[in-house]
Design a protein around this ligand. Structure first.
Ligand SMILES: [Zn+2]
Length: 372
């Protein structure tokens, strides 16, 4: 979700438009301008129809944004930091920096979105049904926005994770049993089932000739199935790593190199003989950085004799490190967030070892193969 346009901030939360959003904005605007409004209001001239289409589409995505803001505001009130809210091709998503730690919080957070959509939809329908003297244009827009927000609330309340309804279901199961992983498995299995149902219904619609709606439904189904399976896998992974510490996995014997060593000698005397890809750089008894094969490759071969380790290494200030007592989930988070292959293990300023991505993957692989 990194690619996109910033829309500024609301309640301290950055709002963003992902590039894929423009596709769904164009689709909705097109459906309203070419399909819905000319049919519902045939006597409108073209300018009015187009204006209504664009305005309604914008207000619809505005409603989606408010729905997401509702989730985020409740989360923030519970102390969960929200990274950003992004509108993308399948609607809106609030990116949390962490998952809720209590089921009660998740319950409130998940319900806040659909509840807000219900209120927005209800308000538009009140405008439509109870205000007689407003212009037809406003009435027409209010009618469509009223129903679509009710549909949005209803759709999101489907009890399949990671839809809001699935989160509500998970929080209730979690609340009752105290077992987050099991609750997530049930809710995401329902989510995957709903995803498959959408895919089949979409294929059915395509056979009945409604291929745009069919394709769209199948596409949403595929996205849901995928998201449900991925969220469960991620949680299962964290659960597997929880309770295991860095000291169980770190390599303690790591040959170090001095900063003034030139690249030529680093390659021939260290990398080629040891087969290691990465070396802590030590100046006397202090860690000053880390040099990897990747750094070496950035230097043209003919300069190997004139450049030193100090020229190409990542300095210690920029390195990520963990302590031997840290949880392995911390290591996984650091490796993924910064897209790096190893972290140094440092305690009281002393280098104790390293944890590499490879050994973490082996650890995970062996455990999932044994099913423990
Ligand atoms: Zn929601």
């Amino acid at each position: 979700m990194a690619n996109g346009i910033s829309l500024g901030k609301a309640f301290g939360i950055p709002l963003r438009l992902h590039y894929s959003w423009f596709i769904v904005f164009a689709l909705v605007t097109w459906a309203l301008t070419v399909g819905y409004f000319p049919h519902a209001h045939p006597h409108w001239d073209m300018k009015t129809t187009i204006l209504a289409g664009i305005l309604t589409s914008l207000l619809f995505f505005g409603s989606v944004l408010v729905h997401e803001l509702a989730h985020s505001i409740v989360a923030q009130a519970a102390g969960i930091k929200i990274h950003s809210i992004t509108l993308f091709i399948f609607g809106g998503v609030s990116q949390m920096t962490e998952e809720p730690k209590q089921p009660q919080v998740e319950f409130r957070m998940a319900l806040a979105g659909p509840a807000t959509s219900l209120v927005i939809g209800g308000t538009f329908l009140v405008i439509y049904f109870y205000f007689a003297n407003i212009p037809e244009f406003v009435k027409a827009i209010s009618f469509w926005l009223g129903w679509i927000n009710l549909v949005l609330a209803g759709f999101n309340l489907i009890p399949g994770f990671p839809l809001d309804g699935g989160r509500v279901l998970r929080s209730l199961l979690w609340w009752r049993s105290g077992e987050l992983l099991k609750a997530t498995r049930t809710a995401s299995n329902i989510g995957r089932g709903v995803g498959y149902l959408f895919i089949f219904a979409g294929i059915g619609l395509i056979f009945y000739g409604s291929w745009i709606n069919g394709l769209w439904l199948a596409f949403i189904g595929w996205f849901l199935e995928n998201a449900a399976a991925t969220s469960y896998r991620q949680l299962a992974l964290l659960d597997m790593l929880k309770g295991h510490t860095v000291s169980e996995l770190m390599t303690t014997e790591c040959p170090t190199v001095p900063p003034q060593l030139n690249i030529e000698r680093l390659v021939h005397e260290q990398i080629l003989t040891s087969g290691r890809r990465c070396f802590p750089v030590m100046d006397r008894d202090r860690v000053v950085g880390l040099v990897t094969i990747h750094d070496v490759k950035s230097v043209p071969r003919e300069q190997w004799a004139n450049r030193t380790v100090a020229d190409v290494m990542t300095p210690v200030q920029k390195l990520k490190s963990v302590s031997p007592d840290d949880d392995l989930t911390t290591v996984l988070r650091i490796l993924t967030e910064h897209n790096i292959n190893q972290v140094l293990v440092i305690k009281n300023g002393n280098l104790l070892g390293m944890v590499a991505r490879d050994s973490l993957l082996t650890f995970i692989g062996v455990r999932s193969e044994l099913g423990t």
